[in-house]
Design a binder for this molecule. Sequence first.
Ligand code: SF4
Length: 172
Amino acid sequence: MPIHFEDLDVVSEVSGLTSALIVPCNMCPAATAAVPDGRPFMQFFRSFLKAPFFEGYIKALQSRLREIGLDSRVFRSRLYHHWFLCMWTSARRTKLAKYAKQHDAVIVLGCGSAAETVRDSVQSSDCKVIEGMEVSGIMNAKLRFHFPCNVSFEDCKITPVFGQKKKEDLTG
Ligand code: SF4
């Protein structure tokens, strides 16, 4: 199952900057956004290849950044194999390097491996790399399929990664 995250304070990290490129990993962070109340992780007929609550999460982050005068863009791809930042191709990394040069900072939504991919990609620029999330555990849940073609998580628990204490169940 995917990694579960808690938010980090991105707003204080971008203080004094004017633009940022948000680079989301579309797997574990999207699953985290879907955990509360058994929200849909995927709605294949409504928004194919988009996680609706993660999209809302990103929009809310952009809105908070706008309030402090920072312009942000999102580095997206509709290709499934681009979803996992831990396994990006060289071509994808090169594309990020090109886009990152147009921004003061890159905000990574994902784990340490996602951040490593981004750091590796943008090392030729002086772009600041900001981690927007930190790992809180590994999800354990029952995958549930709903009509017509929605996917959500049930009975989700967060199990500790090595050295972490166990957290309470998140959903019923
Ligand atoms: S980069 Fe991290 S957050 Fe993204 S899919 Fe891989 S392990 Fe999950």
